[in-house]
Write a protein that binds this ligand. Structure first.
Ligand code: EPU
Length: 337
């Protein structure tokens, strides 16, 4: 364990905000983490820091759990179960899986953050969510440090949602995840979403493998989303709102060209990017914060933004979309104060 007092979190949040923590504590073992759980009452466990907005300096400890490792737990004819420690980077794990010949997470390439954080908001992209391949998670209870595990069905997964964001918020720390991945010959590639199939077609690939799909996703994401190493951001800042059909019909009568995705018989998902874009927010700034020119769903730090700048911009967008469309946008990014 390493403890650094009065520590700037600039390198630990993908917005690149220069907020301080009372201390940064880095854990290299589950025992050290469990021990500190029983003695320190308030803390924030950070994964990759890619889905948070820090609003001010934090007068409590920020923790990172850096244990790495991937191991094969069991192997069947069609699939394997692999355990991945929380400190592993997600994208590197996707590349590792492809290297091993394992399928199921290729559509989730280039999503930032660590593996331990991935189930919390049920990361998803291009028609796949981690819930589709997750078998179970292992971890410890925040206050007692005692071990606990959850099977997929117990995680209450929804769109960018899980039990870890709701009932168990701040109460459970994920230390490893177990994924059920397919073996060669049993992969079920999902190329139907967004620009994947057209990208493969352009490349003359008619019989794609996991690597081809991952590469297409990587290239599509790179063309739309800013690289956090160059421009501070947290990917999609807002969730895509899911609204009742009646409300959708009303919005559609005023805005016939609105884009929408069916969810079930009673509700429809709308792209927040479309709403924000049509409301005229692309390129608009508050202090050092800006609504990204190439993708309205992303808010960026132009270099000298404060957490408050980004928050104010997001609130102005939420208020304006509510006024113009009657729809309330929710932040996907977690506010930290
Ligand atoms: N659009 C605009 N203006 C824009 C951008 C997009 O009008 O500036 C319209 C497009 O016409 C498109 C629609 O909005 O029809 C949706 O845009 P896009 O496909 O770019 O984004 P999305 O599908 O809403 C979601 C996830 C992304 C994920 C992609 C691919 C959310 C909140 N976002 O975006 O996730 O990569 O699908 O599956 O669900 C993330 O969570 O950080 C993230 C990047």
């Amino acid at each position: 364990m390493k403890l650094l007092e009065d520590y700037s979190l600039k390198k630990h949040n993908s917005f690149g905000l220069d907020a301080k923590a009372q201390a940064l504590v880095m854990f290299d073992s589950i025992e050290e983490l469990a021990q500190r759980c029983t003695t320190i009452k308030k803390s924030l466990l950070l994964g990759g820091g890619s889905n948070i907005l820090i609003l001010n300096d934090l007068d409590y400890e920020v923790w990172t759990y850096n244990v790495k490792g991937r191991s094969l737990l069991s192997e069947e004819e069609e699939y394997v179960l692999v355990e991945i420690q929380s400190g592993e980077n997600w994208h590197e794990t996707v590349l590792w899986a492809i290297e091993q010949g394992y399928g199921g997470i290729e559509n989730l390439a280039l999503i930032p953050g660590n593996c331990g954080a991935a189930p919390i908001q049920n990361i998803g992209a291009y028609g796949v969510e981690i819930k589709d391949v997750l078998h179970c998670v292992y971890g410890i209870q925040r206050d007692s440090g005692l071990p606990m595990s959850f099977y997929k069905a117990e995680c209450n997964f929804g769109y960018r949602d899980s039990i870890f964001k709701k009932e168990l918020k701040g109460k459970f720390i994920i230390t490893s995840i177990v994924l059920k991945l397919t073996k060669p010959g049993y992969h079920r590639l999902n190329t139907s979403y967004g620009a994947i199939s057209s990208t493969l077609e352009q490349r003359g690939i008619t019989d794609p493998n996991c690597r081809d799909v991952a590469q297409a996703v990587i290239d599509i994401r790179k063309s739309k989303l800013p690289d956090t190493k160059v421009i501070g951001n947290a990917g999609s800042f807002f969730k895509n709102p899911v609204i009742p059909i009646d409300q959708f019909n009303e919005v559609k009568s005023n805005h016939p060209d609105i884009v929408s995705y069916p969810v079930d018989d009673a509700s429809i998902k709308l792209p927040a990017a479309w709403l924000i874009d049509r409301a005229g927010w692309k390129g608009k700034t508050v202090g050092g914060a800006q609504c990204y020119e190439k993708q309205a769903l992303v808010l960026i730090n132009k270099g000298n933004a404060t957490g408050r700048d980004i928050f104010t911009l997001s609130q102005n967008i939420i208020d304006d979309v509510k006024t113009k469309y009657g729809i309330t946008l929710d932040r996907e990014v977690n506010l930290i104060s």
